[in-house]
Design a protein around this ligand. Structure first.
Ligand code: ADP
Ligand code: MG
Length: 593
């Protein structure tokens, strides 16, 4: 048997470093958090060879007192908390007092700083794999601090082997940079790699500047296809930008979520967001968002994980519901009317949310023979005539409705309509499908989800926790059409199910619902299985391509679209209509006005 030794502080640090320092990107995250905690207004980052060779972060924050420089590099040394109570409502990003000690134990680290009250000279301290140099050296430095790390893992070759190519490491660094840069619009950030400027982000105080930064960090696609959101309830505030359903991504790579300014990846959060987008996103696609959640720090525990990527909400159910409701409402509001109001001054050429027509397609519209055929049975032919008749029948209405009046049907697939400012093209089938689907959903809600009793109640053996859960949520499940009854410590029976789902795999459904409820405090399975079914039914029940519609029918469809939630996309997330302004058309024909 081996006897027990006490680990040397150095070895203990190297072990601890495994949790915090995985690669250059994780070092950068710690350094940036320190600079922000020090109140920096400007942060400049210099990287060489993907951060493997050099990573230097310089800031203009408060700096470190000369006498504390060496202490900053040792473990469990922090200026951010002093008592246990401080942990309960943390205002700073760091608090564990581990990062610099960990980084110093696996690299060559140099810390330089000057404080406002510390005279004209700055001071530097060095550590090499935790062997600290005995003396401080004077240096030139403005008020603030510079942390420089060289040769990561030079003394731990086994870990060095896990580093990837320069390029991959830099990509990860860049991702960390973006996450932090989006969390503080008021701070200036610069990033250089191998002497080349990669990012140069000025402080963004105004809404326009903020959108500019969003565009620089998330790309122009997101900028053009997102809407701002701001919702508050029950002491929670959610703001930021969310992508329109027509702009989805194949990967969950454009998702930034902050809790009280801290970058967070959280199951409850992503579940709530997914659920909100469920109805409008094509299966397997991911929404994009930059969202900031603010809530009382006392209701979040950030001391859950060494890298502080995870948090624990005191009332996770509340947070889940708030996120879901806010986003769901916002997405529901995106319909033609909303778009028109927004038709933004900055980009008068086209409504940004809907793709403008590519040139070729517009050309075909003009060229297509018979494009102007319309049902001879319909009396008013032209939009003007129609508007007149419409106004006569329904009163008032000099205003052209947002989607205008139908002019013609193109090849049995598209409706061409004229509105106040240009041409609208509607994908008939997609639009109708969305309308049918929303109507069916509404009808279903109104019916309060009809239940169907099972001829033979279905007994299920479950865990005690699942049975507890079935009991606690009995009423709310019943409201969704599912009746579960606990018959023993570890057994339940299913008595009733939503009528729509009577042919589904009931056992699987119930098990999934219970496991969701246990994990997230909520389950969208019943809803989403029903919606899936509705969506299929709506698809089959909708106007197919090549179905001739009369002018009246087309106009009715346009009016329905204006009145329907989420009518900007079909159930699969494709756009249902596009718009070309007169100005766009004039441009096509090189026609000055
Ligand atoms: P923590 O951030 O958890 O306190 P760190 O090891 O990251 O622990 O940093 C230790 C201490 O060093 C911090 O508490 C802070 O006082 C000081 N420090 C680190 N970086 C900076 C900086 N850029 N500017 C000012 N002080 C810093
Ligand atoms: Mg820190």
């Amino acid at each position: 048997m081996n006897r027990i030794n006490r680990l040397s502080p150095r070895l203990a640090n190297q072990i601890a470093a495994g949790e915090v320092v995985e690669r250059p990107a994780s070092v950068l995250k710690e350094m940036l958090e320190n600079s922000l905690d020090a109140g920096a207004r400007r942060i400049d980052i210099e990287v060489e060879q993907g951060g493997k060779k050099l990573l230097r972060v310089r800031d203009d924050g408060g700096g470190i007192h000369k006498d504390d420089l060496a202490l900053a590099l040792s473990r469990h040394a922090t200026s951010k908390i002093a008592r246990l109570e401080d942990l309960e409502a943390i205002g700073s990003l760091g608090f564990r007092g581990e990062a610099l000690a960990s980084i110093g134990s696996v690299s060559r680290l140099e810390l330089s700083s000057r404080t406002a009250d510390g005279g004209e000279t700055g001071w530097t301290v060095r550590a090499e794999g935790q062997q600290m140099e005995a003396s401080l050296k004077p240096c030139q430095h403005g008020v603030g601090a510079t942390v420089e790390m060289r040769d990561l893992f030079f003394n731990t070759p086994a870990r060095k082997k896990f580093l990837k190519t320069e390029r991959t490491e830099f990509t990860r660094l860049d991702e960390v940079f973006k996450r932090v840069a989006l969390s503080r619009f008021d701070v200036q950030f610069g990033l250089r790699h191998n002497q080349r400027t990669v990012h140069d982000l000025r402080p963004a105080a105004t809404e326009t500047d903020q959108r500019r930064r969003i565009g620089l960090v998330c790309g122009p696609g997101f900028l053009e296809n997102s809407v701002p959101i701001e919702q508050r309830a029950a002491g929670l505030l959610l703001r930021g930008w969310i992508s329109l359903p027509a702009f989805s991504r194949s990967q969950a790579d454009l998702q930034y979520f902050y809790v009280n300014g801290r970058v967070v990846r959280d199951k409850i959060v992503s579940h709530a967001i997914r659920q909100a987008y469920h109805d409008v996103l094509y299966h397997g696609r991911h929404p994009a968002y930059v969202l900031f959640l603010e809530l009382d720090p006392k209701t979040v525990d950030v001391n859950v994980h060494p890298t502080k990527h995870e948090v624990r909400f005191r009332d996770s159910r509340l947070v889940h519901d708030f996120l879901f409701r806010s986003l769901h409402r916002e997405l529901g509001d995106i319909k033609p009317e909303a778009r028109r109001e927004e038709a933004p001054q900055e980009a008068p050429a086209s409504l940004p949310e809907q793709p403008a027509l590519p040139l070729r397609d517009a050309w075909q519209v003009r060229e297509a023979p018979g494009a102007y055929r319309s049902d001879p049975a319909d009396s008013p032919r032209s939009p003007d005539e129609f508007a007149e008749q419409y106004a006569r029948l329904f009163g008032g209405g000099e205003e052209t409705p947002p989607l205008g009046y139908a002019i013609a049907q193109l090849h049995g697939v598209y409706i061409l309509a004229q509105n106040k400012d240009g041409l609208i093209i509607v994908d008939m089938h997609a639009a109708h499908e969305r309308i049918t689907y929303e109507r069916m959903k509404q009808a279903l809600e109104q019916e309060r989800l009809r239940r169907q009793s099972l001829l033979v109640p279905l007994p299920l053996a479950v865990s005690a926790a699942e049975a507890d859960c079935a009991e606690t949520h009995r009423e709310s499940l019943l409201a969704l059409g599912l009746e579960l009854e606990r018959v023993a410590g570890e057994a339940i029976v299913v008595r009733q199910v939503p009528a729509l789902l009577k042919d589904a795999d009931i056992e699987q459904l119930v098990r999934d619902v219970l496991s969701d409820l246990i994990e997230f405090g909520a389950s969208d399975r019943l809803q989403s299985r029903q919606n899936e079914l509705l969506s299929t039914m709506a698809c089959h029940g909708s106007v197919r391509a090549n179905h001739r519609l009369g002018i009246h029918e087309m106009n009715a469809l346009l009016r329905d679209m204006e009145a329907t939630e989420r009518s900007g996309q079909c159930n699969h997330g494709r756009p249902t209509w596009v718009w070309q302004s007169m100005a766009d058309l004039d441009k096509l024909f090189l026609r000055g006005r």
